[in-house]
Design a protein around this ligand. Structure first.
Ligand code: ADP
Ligand code: MG
Length: 700
């Protein structure tokens, strides 16, 4: 175990690994800095001379700080970040080198794209792709390389990554939100930015124990394992005192994240034993997405230093909570006005109400998109399992905000401070106390005072997709609003009618009660809210006509790109289940069944010896029969699973294959697990081939 003391001079080293705007300002010639700012703010291309200067200054800084390589860092459809490192060396004859980096190399990279999932977009022989610098997200140093955040596209122009659509969606919502702001008389805001603060859950387990579990190594989760005598029932881990070893890890993690300019803010123990959380302070959504992906990499690396392994799977252990990620999301102007903050003056409030109603409509109409943005084999274990929100998407408003919405609907006056009265949507909104006490943890999409918290994401999810969906769908409704209201002769009255009608049409998506309640699921289905329980139910709706229409209208994604993404998500699901099933067969054949048979042998020998000696052997016999029965069940389970895997060949297209894995392979896995876990509970510790739940969950 390594100990770790934190260097408390945080302001001194915060962001020391980042090529910040401040650094650019001091190190770049004025005209070049200006050119870069223009590119950053407007997306216009940077001329080659300026790019050369920036590249050379960046390299100088990187080399001064120990870098030997650079990498274009991107987000292919694998869901994890990708990097290929090139050194700065350039031969100058006589066996000598200098360190060089050109503008061309900064702006564009050309990784071979053939081995990344493309969902049928490109044939392998024409799989040239390129990465393009995203100047809005700062470059940083990590592990002696200069990391340059980039977007990833094919030469034929299709986008192959998760970042590009997010950036496009941010532009789209900015444009539409600005139209609304202008209607309310705001002439100064130049850009509207969506902000995100992702809360990240994870587990820590001992590396030595981890190494003995093939399921953790290959699948990231336990595929077998009987429950430990203790789970999370005492609720003593949540916010509990942090053990020294974990605390050392957390301090080390904080320091690394701070050096990388990530605003690591909150850390605590979570509900399940060995489960923890880290949350940064929110920032612009594309930066939050980059930083969350980077944080995941760093979390895993730092754990190894402490003899630990950081598990970010959604459900590493059955029987205790899995890990999620809460996507806190809001919209703000470049001047710092949070559009989801009800504000103090009635004038701010009516602007807030307009955005709120737009969001209600967007979530109701496009719940299917949000749902599929968090669909994965891992997250299927959590959603609807009373540890995470159900698969039905609803909005929690809280009591105060609900009252306001009711008044909007009825057109009734509501009182402020008992002496003034307002008619909602006509005059404005009263100044109401914010529901800062939101502890409704069961809602998938909860208003929490000045932002919405989307709680369905899995811990390993890359957050770009969810935020791309949020931005695009809300932009779509804002556009509708702006189209209707621009040129209105009676703005106040028309706005009132629009908000009221929109609210009435979409209020079915609001639910302030307990989202884990089965009654609610029935009610929700009755209201026509989609309940897509698994990945295979959710993902195919990506290509529904209404969904393709909005992405194409805003040029966020084309139909072909959506089809390819659908294909990739389903293929990924199938592949994950296939790996899990093969791992189970491997463990069951090579570890579990041999252990069961060995125990069986010992019992049989014991029975014979005892009977020969005239000693009663009833317990031995009873146990021997039980073990033999379970061994038979395990062998049958293995063979059944192997058959199901063979049968997958004939399942058909991508959707049918994914469905087959869910219905047949998944069930065969569960049956095999049940028999093996039961055997574990009656087998002597010394014979059991790998560490148990008790070892893994309570040994750090
Ligand atoms: P809780 O656990 O109660 O949900 P936390 O404090 O752990 O709350 O997390 C709240 C998250 O919401 C933090 O990451 C915080 O920075 C983020 N947040 C706060 N305000 C905004 C905002 N305007 N936009 C986006 N995220 C926000
Ligand atoms: Mg939260």
């Amino acid at each position: 175990m390594s100990d770790f003391t934190i260097d408390s001079n945080v302001p001194e080293y915060f962001g020391s690994q980042v090529f910040t705007e401040e650094l650019m300002k001091t190190r770049l010639p004025k005209n070049v800095f200006k050119a870069w700012m223009k590119t950053k703010n407007t997306g216009c291309p940077l001329d080659t001379d300026a790019a050369d200067v920036i590249a050379s200054v960046m390299k100088e800084w990187a080399v001064e700080n120990g870098a030997t390589h650079y990498t274009h860092w991107f987000f292919p459809m694998t869901g994890i970040s990708a990097e290929k490192h090139d050194s700065f060396i350039s031969p100058v004859g006589g066996g000598q080198v200098i360190m060089e980096f050109s503008g061309k190399e900064l702006i564009k990279g050309e990784p071979d794209a053939s081995s990344f999932p493309s969902g049928g977009l490109r044939a392998t022989y024409e799989a040239r792709g390129y990465t393009a610098w995203d100047p809005t997200s700062p470059a940083f140093l990590h592990d002696n390389s200069l990391y340059i955040p980039t977007a990833f596209c094919s030469y034929t122009g299709e986008i192959l990554d998760k970042k590009t659509p997010l950036l496009r969606s941010m532009d789209v919502i900015s444009e539409q939100a600005l139209r609304i702001l202008r209607l309310f008389g705001n002439t100064t805001a130049r850009r509207v930015i969506t902000t995100v603060g992702p809360e990240q859950e994870y587990f820590l387990v001992d590396k030595k124990l981890y190494d003995q579990r093939r399921d953790l190594i290959f699948a990231g989760r336990t595929l077998f394992g009987a429950k430990a005598p203790k789970g999370q029932e005492l609720e003593d881990h949540y916010f509990g005192a942090i053990k020294e070893r974990v605390s050392c890890y957390m301090k080390d993690l904080d320091k690394e994240l701070w050096k990388l300019g990530i605003y690591a803010k909150t850390k605590h123990n979570e509900v399940a034993p060995a489960q923890h959380e880290f949350a940064p302070i929110f920032t612009a959504s594309n930066i939050a997405a980059d930083q969350n992906a980077l944080a995941l990499v760093v979390m895993k690396k730092i754990a190894l230093r402490h003899g630990l392994v950081c598990l970010v799977h959604e459900k590493p252990f059955a029987g205790v909570n899995g890990s999620g990620k809460h996507n806190n999301w809001s919209i703000a102007t470049n001047e710092g006005l949070n559009l989801l903050d009800p504000g103090k003056s009635p004038k701010d409030n009516i602007l807030f109400l307009t955005f709120l109603v737009a969001i209600i409509k967007a979530i109701d109409e496009y719940a299917d998109l949000l749902r599929l943005s968090v669909a994965s084999a891992g997250n299927d274990h959590r959603l609807g399992a009373n540890e995470a929100p159900p698969a039905v998407i609803s909005i929690f408003l809280g009591e105060e905000l609900q009252k306001i919405c009711d008044a909007l609907e009825s057109g009734q006056m509501i009182k402020e401070n008992s002496n003034s009265e307002f008619v909602i949507g006509v005059d404005a909104l009263p100044n109401f106390p914010k529901d800062t006490t939101d502890r409704n943890r069961t809602s998938p999409f909860a208003f929490t005072g000045n932002k919405f918290e989307f709680r369905m994401l899995g811990s390993s999810d890359e957050i770009s997709c969810t935020n791309m969906m949020l931005n695009t769908t809300v932009a779509y409704v804002l556009k509708e609003f702006a189209d209707k209201l621009e040129g209105s002769a009676n703005f106040k009255a028309d706005l009132n009618t629009l908000l009221k009608q929109t609210y009435i049409d979409h209020k079915r998506v609001i639910f302030n009660g307990n989202g884990y309640d089965d009654e609610w699921i029935k009610t929700a289905e009755g209201k026509g809210l989609p309940n897509r329980q698994t990945t295979v139910d959710a993902v195919p709706h990506y290509t529904d006509a209404k969904n393709i229409a909005i992405f194409e209208e805003f040029k966020v994604l084309t139909k072909t790109e959506i089809e390819s993404r659908t294909e990739i998500l389903l293929e990924n699901y199938t592949k994950v289940l296939n790996i899990e099933a093969l791992t189970m067969v491997d463990m069951a054949r090579k570890q579990i069944l041999p252990a069961g048979l060995c125990f069986s042998d010992k019992l049989a020998t014991g029975v014979n010896t005892k009977l020969a000696a005239g000693v009663p052997a009833d317990a031995d016999k009873a146990l021997a029969v039980k073990v033999a029965t379970l061994n038979t069940a395990i062998l049958a389970g293995i063979e059944n699973l192997e058959d199901k895997l063979l049968g997958a060949k004939d399942a058909g297209d991508t959707v049918s294959t994914a469905r087959y894995y869910r219905s047949d392979v998944f069930c065969a896995m569960s049956d095999l697990r049940a028999a093996a876990d039961e055997l574990e509970t009656i087998t002597p510790e010394a014979l059991w081939p790998y560490p148990t739940y008790a070892d893994l969950l309570f040994n750090v």
